[in-house]
Design a protein around this ligand. Structure first.
Ligand SMILES: Nc1nc2c(ncn2[C@@H]2O[C@H](COP(=O)(O)OP(=O)(O)OP(=O)(O)O)[C@@H](O)[C@H]2O)c(=O)[nH]1
Ligand SMILES: [Mg+2]
Length: 279
C-alpha cells in the first residue's frame, strides 16, 4: 500500500496479525483511527457491534469497511466526462491523469478548454494535453464555455475519438451564477453527445477534509454527480478521509490522485482497497 495509506494500513495489518482471537482493544484503535482523519462515528461503527459467530473479528471489520466505502469503475468509452469542482481542487491536473489512463489503454482522447476565464488555464491544459497525447479544442479567453464544450464534442464526433473530457473553471458551490453556467454547460454537452454515455465527476481535494461535504452536496443537488475523484491524497498521510467522504456523500469514488504527475493516479475499487489495507 502506498505511503499515504501506510499508517492506516499498518494499523489494520496489526489487527489482522492477531491470531489469539481476543477482542479488539476498541479504545486504543478508535483513537488511532481518529488520528487518521476518520470520523468518530465511523471509527465506532467499524470497531463496535456484535462479532459474527464463526467469523474472525478482522473479517467482520473488513465487511464493515466495505459497507461504508462506495466505489464505481470509470465510465467506459465511447463517452464524455465533465469535470467540476471548486478552485484549485485539481480538475485540470486530473484531466491529464484520466486522459493518460484512457490513452494507455489504447483509447483516443480529446479535451475541451472550458475554463475560458483565464488564458493561463487554457495554456496549462494545452501543455498537459501535448504531454499525454490528447487532442484539444480551445477558444479565446472570455468565450462562452458552453460553446467551447459544444465544439469539443463536435470534434470528438467528427474525429471519431473514444473519450471527450471537458475542463471547467473552478467555482464555489454557493455562487449561483457560476453554478447556473455549469448547468448550461452540462445540458449543452449532454445534448451534443447525442446518446453517447456521459459522466460528471466532482474533483475533491482531500486536504480540505470535512469542508468538502457541503460542496459536494450542493453540486450534486444542482448539477448531478456520477463519481468523485479525490486528489492530493499524497498531501494528507491520513487516508481515513476516504471513509468519511463515502459515508457522508454516498456518491461512488472512481479514482484517487496521489501526486502532481499524470501517472500519479489510481482507479478506486473498494474491495481491493480494503484487502490491500490489511496486507
Ligand atoms: N500533491 C498533489 N498535488 C496535486 C494533485 N492534483 C493536483 N495537484 C496540484 O494542485 C494544484 C491545482 O491543480 P489544478 O489541476 O490546476 O486545479 P484546478 O481544479 O484545475 O484549478 P482551477 O482551474 O484554478 O479551479 C496544482 O499545483 C496541481 O499540481 C495531487 O493529487 N497531489
Ligand atoms: Mg483548472
Amino acid at each position: 500500500m502506498q505511503g499515504f495509506f501506510s499508517k492506516l494500513s499498518s494499523l489494520f495489518t496489526k489487527l489482522s496479525d492477531r491470531t489469539d482471537g481476543a477482542p479488539i482493544d476498541r479504545e486504543r484503535y478508535t483513537d488511532e483511527l481518529l488520528s487518521l482523519d476518520m470520523s468518530f462515528g465511523i471509527a465506532e461503527r467499524l470497531l463496535n457491534g456484535k462479532e459474527t459467530p464463526g467469523k474472525a473479528p478482522v473479517d467482520t471489520l473488513k465487511d464493515r469497511m466495505k459497507q461504508i466505502l462506495v466505489s464505481a469503475p470509470l465510465i467506459e468509452p465511447k463517452c464524455g466526462i465533465l469535470m467540476i469542482g471548486i478552485n484549485g481542487s485539481g480538475k485540470t491536473t486530473s484531466i491529464a491523469k484520466l486522459g493518460k489512463w484512457y490513452v494507455d489503454r489504447g483509447y483516443s482522447v480529446i479535451v475541451g478548454a472550458g475554463d475560458t476565464y483565464r488564458a493561463a488555464a487554457i495554456e496549462q491544459l494545452s501543455i498537459l494535453s501535448d504531454r499525454v497525447g490528447m487532442d484539444m479544442v480551445k477558444a479565446m479567453p472570455g468565450v462562452d464555455p458552453a460553446s467551447v464544450i459544444h465544439d469539443t464534442v463536435m470534434a470528438y464526433k467528427h474525429r471519431s475519438k473514444d473519450v471527450v473530457i471537458a475542463d471547467t473553471a473552478g467555482r464555489l458551490h454557493t455562487n449561483v451564477n457560476l453554478v447556473h453556467e455549469l448547468k448550461k454547460i452540462k445540458s449543452v454537452m449532454t445534448k451534443a453527445m447525442a446518446g453517447d454515455k456521459m459522466a460528471t465527476y466532482l474533483i475533491v481535494d482531500a486536504t480540505i477534509g470535512k469542508n468538502s461535504f457541503q460542496q459536494a452536496k450542493l453540486f450534486n443537488e444542482n448539477i448531478g454527480i456520477d463519481g468523485i475523484i479525490i486528489t492530493k491524497l499524497d498531501g494528507t498521510a491520513k487516508g481515513g478521509i476516504i471513509f468519511t467522504i463515502c459515508d457522508e456523500l454516498k456518491i461512488p469514488v472512481v479514482a484517487i490522485g496521489t501526486g502532481e504527475s499524470a501517472g500519479d493516479f489510481m482507479v478506486f475499487d473498494k474491495d481491493k482497497f480494503v484487502e490491500e489495507l490489511f496486507v
